[in-house]
Unconditional design. Structure first.
Length: 104
């Protein structure tokens, strides 16, 4: 789903993809992600959200992603991330956060 000019994701769009291991949403125009949009992606290992227009991350957005090893959030419009947003990412080994207008 990369480079598809997506501006939004409907709630529940990934609910039936419980075995998905890689999700590439980079190079779109996403500004927000609905809370719970990744809740059923319990096997996800790689998540690419880079090169979008994300302005905020819901506090529990990544809570179910305990097998995630790679998270790319670079080149968005993030100025802060909620405390504890990454706490449940026990398998995370790589995270990209650069090129955001950090204000915290």
């Amino acid at each position: 789903l990369c480079s598809e000019e997506l501006a939004s994701l409907p709630a529940g769009v990934f609910d039936r993809l419980t075995q998905l291991t890689r999700l590439d949403l980079d190079n779109n125009q996403l500004t927000v992600l609905p809370a719970g949009v990744f809740d059923h992606l319990v096997k996800l290992k790689e998540l690419y959200l880079d090169h979008n227009q994300l302005q905020a991350i819901p506090p529990a957005l990544f809570y179910s992603l305990t097998e995630l090893t790679r998270l790319e959030l670079e080149d968005n419009q993030l100025n802060c991330i909620p405390r504890g947003a990454f706490d449940n990412l026990k398998s995370l080994t790589h995270i990209w956060l650069f090129d955001n207008p950090w204000g915290c």
